[in-house]
Design a protein around this ligand. Structure first.
Ligand SMILES: N[C@@H](CCC(=O)N[C@@H](CS)C(=O)NCC(=O)O)C(=O)O
Length: 219
């Protein structure tokens, strides 16, 4: 976590460190070497979403982002902006086909990994029992099926390369990482994941990133 307040011109990221999407934005900022302030917002607070946050994000989600007088929400837009507006290593492939692949993987993460592997498996199988609630078996069964397809697809993208889009880290890896971190807390997902050696190799590289270690959720 960034502990020292960054300068006023530095970007402000509004959110909480447990959030998958806030972590994706933080990973991109850290990989670019951009100093930023993480401004705490708890959208699950008992008294509801703070009014000031609704101004920043009309849909009441996190993260929201500010760079000077430029305001932005939606994580994919934030990470692409961070990559393009700041110096540092490029996090998007220059080649049209590889960039399209990166965007495809980000869509797969948003469309299938987050709803099914985070909500359908992690929340149902880990979070709900912790709260004394019973998992919805139908929901878990659907999520299981999508997870199987997703892991096969991701392993396919990794064949013959280290990162999702070639030999360098891109926004696709950063978008998937916080989602996979929650999903791997589910024992049956860990078993499915272990069937693909290249996914395991990729995960080792992801978890070795300083940015990944620095953004571990605090609870
Ligand atoms: N499409 C949004 C999704 C953001 C999102 O779903 N954030 C979650 C936290 S990881 C959230 O704010 N959830 C609160 C809610 O759904 O009420 C993005 O890309 O930023």
């Amino acid at each position: 976590m960034v502990t020292e307040p960054a300068s006023r011109k530095s970007p402000q990221l509004y959110g909480a460190d447990y959030s998958v999407y806030v972590r994706i934005a933080r990973l991109a900022l850290l990989e670019k070497g951009v100093a930023y302030d993480l401004v705490p917002v708890d959208i699950f607070a008992e008294d509801g979403i703070p009014a000031a946050h609704r101004q920043r994000h009309p849909f009441g989600k996190i993260p929201a982002f500010e760079h000077g007088d430029f305001h932005l929400y939606e994580t994919g837009a934030i990470t692409r902006y961070v990559d393009e507006a700041f110096d540092g290593p490029a996090l998007q492939p220059a080649d049209a086909k590889t960039r399209a692949r990166m965007n495809q993987i980000i869509s797969i993460a948003d469309g299938y990994v987050y709803p099914q592997m985070v909500w359908g498996l992690y929340v149902e199988c880990i979070e709900k029992p912790k709260r004394g609630e019973t998992p919805d078996e139908g929901r878990v069964e659907t999520a299981r099926g999508v997870a199987r397809i997703t892991l096969g697809v991701l392993a396919g993208f990794l064949s013959e390369q280290q990162w999702m889009c070639g030999d360098t880290l891109t926004l696709a890896d950063l978008h998937l990482a916080p989602m996979i971190a929650y999903a791997l807390e589910v024992p049956e997902l860990r078993q499915m994941f272990a069937e693909y050696g290249n996914l395991g190799d990729w995960w080792q590289m992801v978890t070795a990133l300083e940015s990944f270690q620095e953004t571990q959720p605090s609870s």
